[in-house]
Design a protein around this ligand. Structure first.
Ligand code: SF4
Length: 355
């Protein structure tokens, strides 16, 4: 079975006397463009007891640190001006009530913006935060969100017993953020932990579909569970990284390719889990009656269900079809030999096949 190589996206920059020595965690974010972010917790001194978390209250191995607001602002500005980072991702442990923590996150953001910081700011807000702070954060930051962690209230209470009510404090807050984002600067995202609370891929994809299609979120992130020493779940098995990767791929089929939840459910096994293979190819294998697709008559919807054809290539094919027929040699020119070989397994071009 092919395993996914997982690049290490983290590095630590150690800054010297100028800043009283600070260790600055940098993260290579990979969206449409690669970007280096200063990704940090405002504080790791948490009062909560989430069962999976290294910063939970009482964890003997947790390093407790809290940024001074001005120092974080100064370092962020300096690294941005020197071109080391293009933005800041700021989250926090719950060292106080949610409003107090978010007020500090907003203070950092306000100071940065006031000092002329034009970089990207992503604020991971706290469960249960008051709507007033959400609106302020959405005016200042480029992206805001709050972590769902799991897919239902009962599972959430099991793994995060004191972090609030999953529906009231997280889901409804996300809904509010998504509504506000229509008039404000920030888009909205969230994160679900994979493999910690017993959620199946089916549970996760069903919720993902609702978050994209009903709430209009910009991104849903997944994080494979890793047991941490000194936490109640230290002996629980880790979630394989490939599962996180397959969920990301399936979620992109919803977000960018317009797959419905029902379509994706055709590739889940009896336990509601995705196979360890490209979900788009798995969909084609599970629905052989839909293939081969006639490339010269297919709709955008049908083109987007051909493995190897993404939204850009599908649009290009539609434009080309206004002037001429799409043939196998033309597909090779557009897509390159490797991708065209894959695509030609699923399409009918009407000309002599090349392979
Ligand atoms: S609230 Fe956040 S930082 Fe605190 S224990 Fe839970 S997950 Fe960890």
């Amino acid at each position: 079975m092919r395993r996914i190589p997982v690049p290490d996206k983290w590095r630590t920059l150690v800054l010297g006397a100028e800043y009283d020595r600070a260790e600055v965690p940098l993260y290579e974010a990979s969206g449409r463009r690669r970007a280096t972010l200063l990704k940090t917790l405002l504080s790791s001194a948490c009062r909560m007891d989430c069962r999976y978390c290294p910063f939970r209250a009482g964890c003997p191995f947790a390093k407790r640190r809290t940024w001074e607001t001005d120092k974080l602002v100064r370092i962020t500005l300096d690294l941005y001006r020197r071109g080391v980072i293009s933005g800041l991702f700021l989250t926090s442990a719950l060292y106080g009530d949610p409003d107090t923590v978010v007020e500090k996150q907003i203070e950092v953001t306000e100071k940065l913006r006031k000092a002329g910081f034009k970089g990207y700011i992503h604020l991971r807000l706290m469960p249960g935060v008051h709507w007033w702070y959400i609106r302020r954060a959405a005016d200042l930051a480029d992206r805001i969100g709050v972590n769902l962690e799991t897919t239902d209230p009962a599972r959430f209470s099991e793994i995060a017993p004191s972090k609030g009510d999953w529906r009231q404090d997280i889901l409804y807050k996300l809904e509010y953020m998504a509504r506000e984002s229509r008039w404000r600067k920030a888009s909205v995202d969230t994160q679900i932990m994979v493999g910690v609370a017993g959620d199946s891929d089916e549970d996760i994809l069903r919720l993902t579909w609702r978050l994209y299609r009903i709430l209009g979120l910009s991104r849903v992130h997944y994080s494979a569970f890793k047991p941490v020493r000194g936490t109640p779940l230290e002996n629980a098995p880790p979630t394989p990284k490939w599962r996180e990767h397959r969920l990301y791929q399936a979620s992109e089929l919803i977000r960018r390719y317009g797959y419905s939840y029902a379509e994706l459910s055709s590739i889940l096994d009896e336990r509601g889990m995705l196979p360890d293979k490209d979900p788009k190819e798995a969909y084609a294998e599970a629905n052989p009656d839909l293939y081969p697709v006639d490339i010269n008559n297919a709709s955008l919807h049908e083109l987007l269900r051909i493995p190897g054809i993404g939204p850009g290539a599908a649009e290009l094919i539609l434009r080309i079809r206004e002037h001429r027929r799409v043939t196998a040699p033309l597909l090779v020119r557009i897509l390159g030999i490797t991708t065209a070989k894959k695509v030609l397994r699923y399409v009918y071009t009407g000309d002599r096949t090349l392979f």
